[in-house]
Design a protein around this ligand. Structure first.
Ligand code: B12
Length: 321
């Protein structure tokens, strides 16, 4: 992997953000010669990334890039591309490169940092970053460039990174106790017969971060069980994830079975989603549900659930009939 750190120039505000110091301190250090810089034609100061990192080390300041040494520059460029352009190609290439070097901990840490980056929307990270990365993992595997074991490792690493993005799980191993009583309730899982779980995990994390209490059922769940748990928890929302292995009749069957179990006293909305290929959502019957979404994007899910809750009045409980 090339190390382009000497080619990356940062503005004083970027150095300040990276080091966690005030921009005026950066300016002072450049004036004092403690931090070398060059000036643009417009008279702005620019500092090489490797200079900024060397100064941070001299000052005993740690940055989020430290664990990635000697690939800080690659990480920086990947972050910049994702946050400024909404493009995750570098994030994906760097993740695959960590994977092929056996640096799975770094890969997980990297994805976690991208996922929690304040300027990268979580929906975009999931819909484009994670999904695109796993599509590339599949292609690499199909092309014989990744072993089955490496594909499994990639899934495990992504899963761990996603789990760490659950609210309150960033630092400790357990969720922070909160007032979960008042939160709207959702049930999330993967369609029966299907082991592809990262999509459902993406949905779970998105909903939890948006204030839902989620009952997560994992992979390969019979449709009837979604109905049983919805009723037991009086959930406001049921989300079922499908992989490309599923076809239109699978979705139609899910709607039919859930429709048979539906009790209007405990209304809920149903979201069916995943990598659905050319499938036309219009071919899925509406059913008796309060609302139905068929989509391949957690971005869509986010907008749709917000409108559901707005309709209820903000913060309404999933437990009230
Ligand atoms: C990892 C993987 C596996 C892992 C899964 C491990 C795990 N615990 O998840 C393992 C190794 C178990 C596996 C097994 C198989 N796999 Co596989 N697998 C993949 C791979 C590489 C990545 C899938 C993934 O994780 N994507 C990342 C997630 C985040 O994306 P996503 O699921 O699409 O979710 C996103 C959206 O769809 C959306 N979303 C998801 N759910 C929901 C729900 C709602 C409500 C909403 C709104 C949105 C939403 O949000 C997410 C973020 O954008 C894909 C390749 C690919 N191109 O996808 C193949 C792939 C899906 N697998 C495939 C196949 C064939 C299989 C096997 C049959 C292989 C075999 N011969 O055994 C088995 C089937 C096992 C089974 N019974 O399900 C094929 C399916 C092709 C097809 N049309 O049938 C693929 C496409 C590979 C290929 N090109 O051939 N696989």
């Amino acid at each position: 992997m090339a190390n382009p750190s000497h080619r990356i120039l940062l503005a004083t505000s970027e150095v300040a953000g990276l080091l966690g110091i005030h921009p005026s301190t950066v300016k002072r250090w450049t004036d004092q010669g403690r931090l070398r810089f060059r000036k643009t034609e417009g008279g702005h100061r620019r500092i090489h990334l490797n200079e900024a990192l060397a100064t941070a080390r001299e000052q005993g300041i740690s940055t989020f890039l430290d664990p990635f040494r000697p690939w800080e520059a690659n990480v920086w460029l990947a972050f910049a591309q994702a946050s400024r352009e909404g493009d995750f190609k570098r994030v994906q290439s760097l993740s695959l490169s960590f994977l092929s070097q056996g640096e799975t901990d770094l890969m997980g840490r990297f994805l976690f940092e991208v996922g929690r980056h304040p300027h990268i929307p979580l929906t975009r990270f999931l819909d484009q970053g994670v999904r695109g990365l796993m599509a590339r993992v599949g292609e690499e595997w199909a092309g014989g460039r990744l072993q089955v074991g490496e594909e499994h490792m990639a899934t495990a690493v992504v899963m761990e990174a996603l789990l760490r993005l659950r609210p309150g799980w960033e630092r400790v191993g357990m969720p922070v106790e909160g007032a979960s009583e008042d939160l709207p309730v959702a049930v999330v899982g993967v369609m029966g017969g299907d082991q592809h779980e990262l999509g459902a995990q993406s949905v779970r994390i998105l909903l939890e971060r948006e204030g839902w209490r989620v009952y997560y059922l994992g992979a390969n769940v019979p449709v009837e069980d979604f109905a049983a748990i919805q009723a037991a928890q009086v959930a406001r929302l049921v989300c079922i994830s499908f992989s490309p292995r599923n076809t239109l009749p699978d979705l139609q069957r899910a709607v039919r079975v859930l429709g048979e179990f539906y009790r209007p006293r405990y209304p809920y909305a149903l979201a069916l989603g995943g990598s659905l290929g050319d499938l036309d959502p219009g071919q899925v019957e509406e059913g008796p549900f309060e609302a139905l979404l068929v989509s391949g994007s957690v971005g869509d899910l986010s907008a749709w659930t917000r409108s559901l809750l707005q309709r209820d009045g903000a913060g309404s409980s999933g437990r009230s009939p």
